[in-house]
Ligand binder design. Sequence first.
Ligand code: AMP
Length: 118
Amino acid sequence: MCIFCKIVNGEIPSNKILEDEHFMAFHDINPIAPVHILIIPKVHVECFQDVNGEMMAAITPFIQDVATKMGLDRSGYRLVTNNGADGGQEVPHLHFHLLGGGRLKWTHLHHDNPKESM
Ligand code: AMP
């Protein structure tokens, strides 16, 4: 069972912000911004490439509610999902990083050497 499935079933503790029947939001254990929250579906979907439109439609208002609850709806935030190896995905359970709480730079999203031939 993956680490986020263990968080969903309570085997691993998390610092939870919001939960409903289908989705869960909790603080990232290793934040890269003043506010860094992970939002996941409770069912195991490996990555964004595997998610269907129905789940994306349902998770959208949940993410918006988390942003509002954290006071980010007006100040702004960044929503990121890393997909697969080149995307830097480390946990193979779909998750959205909600980043905010200060003016964000763009650096975390770049390739180490953007001019390098791939
Ligand atoms: P990614 O690289 O997109 O797969 O992001 C995985 C994220 O999960 C990283 O930001 C980690 O800090 C975070 N993470 C890993 N384990 C835990 C955990 N037990 N509780 C909260 N966040 C975690």
